[in-house]
Ligand binder design. Structure first.
Ligand SMILES: [Zn+2]
Length: 148
């Protein structure tokens, strides 16, 4: 990616700018309207080592008790690719997810990162649920499966 120096700071998730993408969700100024926007903001929170945001958006039933981010680990996030809606729909048919259920959604993505100098990729299908919470209905991350 080559950007002019006058361009706004790009969002780590791949959005044009942090302020118009994940920033407001992480700052608490807005509620992510969809599972995908929540997923993107959680990726950005990982990049920013924002553990409080990750915990706040993790469903209480699966939220880890241990620290999520190991600051000793030399982990560098390189990029995020959210898979197309078409593939997602096909996947939903495969797993027989009720597509009309507005309280549950899945997001398939590939996140690339580097640990100890080695590039790796995380291919995950994340499950999200939508529940009443502070400030209205909110999406929460529940868990993920790995198709590879
Ligand atoms: Zn973003």
């Amino acid at each position: 990616m080559s950007k002019k120096s006058t361009a706004p700071v790009a969002c780590p998730c791949g959005g044009p700018s942090l302020a118009s993408c994940c920033g407001p969700y992480i700052d608490g100024a807005a509620i992510p309207p969809s599972a995908e926007t929540l997923m993107r903001s959680r990726y950005t929170a990982y990049v920013q080592h924002n553990e409080p945001y990750l915990l706040a958006t993790w469903h209480a039933s699966t939220r880890p008790a241990e620290p999520i981010i190991d600051n000793e680990e030399k982990l560098q996030w390189l990029g995020l690719e959210v898979k197309s809606a078409l593939r997602l729909r096909q996947r939903k048919v495969e797993v027989a997810t009720d597509d009309t259920d507005p309280t549950k959604d899945t997001v398939e993505f590939v996140a690339r990162f580097k640990t100890n100098g080695r590039a790796q990729r995380l291919h995950e299908i994340s499950v999200f649920v939508r529940e009443p919470a502070e400030g209205g209905l909110r999406w929460f991350y529940v868990d993920g499966s790995f198709p590879e």
